[in-house]
Ligand binder design. Sequence first.
Ligand SMILES: Cc1ncc(COP(=O)(O)O)c(C=O)c1O
Length: 390
Amino acid sequence: MTYDFDKQIDRSETSSIKYDLRNTIFGTGEVLPMWVADMDFETPDFIRDAVKARAEHPIYGYTFRSDSYFQAQIDWFKKQYNWEIEKDWIVFSPGIVPALNMAVLALTNRGDKIIVQPPVYFPFFTAVSNHNRELVNNELIREEGTYRMNFDQLEEQAVDARMLILCNPHNPVGRSWRREELDKLADICVRHNLLVISDEIHSDLVLPGHKHTPFACVHPGLKSSLLTMHAASKTFNLAGLATSSVIIEDETLRDQFKQFVDFLHVGMGNIFGAVATETAFREGGEWHKQMLRYVSENVNYFTDQLSVKLPQLKVFKPEATYMVWLDFSAFGLDDDALKSYIIKEAGLGLNAGIDFGSGGSGFMRINLACPRQTVALAVEKLILAFSKLS
Ligand SMILES: Cc1ncc(COP(=O)(O)O)c(C=O)c1O
C-alpha cells in the first residue's frame, strides 16, 4: 500500500497546539505554523482503526498495559536496532518531558550539577533548573555546516557532575550521533560515574543513509546508570495520546524511578495511548519507511531550493528528525527583530533558536513533517521576505 503524505488536512479547531494557539504564541492567527514537533500527516489508518475499535467498547474504565503492548515494543527495538530489551525494564510515563522531570527529582539531589548539550530541546533546561539543580552547559561545537560534541570541556565538567541529559538523535541540530562519538561519550560518563538520561524520542526518525545507535548498546558500563526515553508519539503522530516509555535495565535504578512514578500516581496511562502505541510498533513498519522517505525528500527539496535561491540562509541538513535548523545570522537582525520579521514579513510560525539556549542566537527551527506543498510555500515565503534584506 502507498500512503498519501501529500494530503492536506485542516487541523483548525481540533485543539491543536500548532494551529489553534497561533494567536497566543505568535500574536496572529495568520502564520503558516511550522513549529511544535508534531506532523501534519494523518496518523496511520491502521492505528486509527485500532483506536476506533477500542472506542466502540462502551466502557473506558481503569486500565493497565497488556503483555502484547510490551511485546510489540520489544520486537520493534530488536528489529530496528538489534537491541534486546525485557518487559520488566519498561516503565510507563505520560510523556518524555514528565519523565525527564521525574528522573531528575527521583535520582538527583538539590544543588547537583546536571550537564546538557545546547543548543538543545528547551524542556531539558527547566527539568534541571525548576528543581534547584545546577545546569551545566556543554555547548556543541559548530563546524563546517554541522555540529560535534565538546569532549574536552565535558571531561572537565563531568568531574563533579551527577547527571548528563543526552539528546540522541539531537533536536534541534539534527545530528544522528555516530557510534565513535557515542563511544567517547560513554567512556567519559562511565569513568566519572555519571547518571545518564538518553532521550531517544527521535530515534525512529533517523533519515535514510544514517543509522541510530541506542546509547544502551554502546558500553556495558552504562548498564547501572542509564535511562533511555522513547515513544511512538513523534514517529506515528500520537503526541496527544501522552504515552511513552523509560527503559531501565538496572533494577535498583528502575525501582527508584518507578517509585517516583507510583508516588505521583501517573503510571496508569490511558487506554487509547496503549492501543495506538502497540499497533504502531506491531503494524507500523511499512508506513514508517514511506514516511521517512517522504520527510527526507522534503528535507532535500527545502535544502536544495534555499541553497540556490537564498544562499545567505545557512541550512543545517538534518541526519535525523523532521526539524531543520536554520542560521539567519547573515541577515544582521537581533533575536527579537528576527522573531518579529519571520512572523510579520515571512508569515511563518517557527521556533526561535534562542529558546534552545546558548548557541541558538540568530537561528530558527522549522518543522518539515508536512505535505510538500506546505514546504514549497514556506520556501517561497522565506525567499520573498529575506531577499529584501540581502
Ligand atoms: C528531544 C525531545 N524530547 C521530548 C519531546 C517531547 O516529549 P513528550 O511530548 O513525550 O513530553 C520532544 C518534542 O519535541 C523532543 O524533541
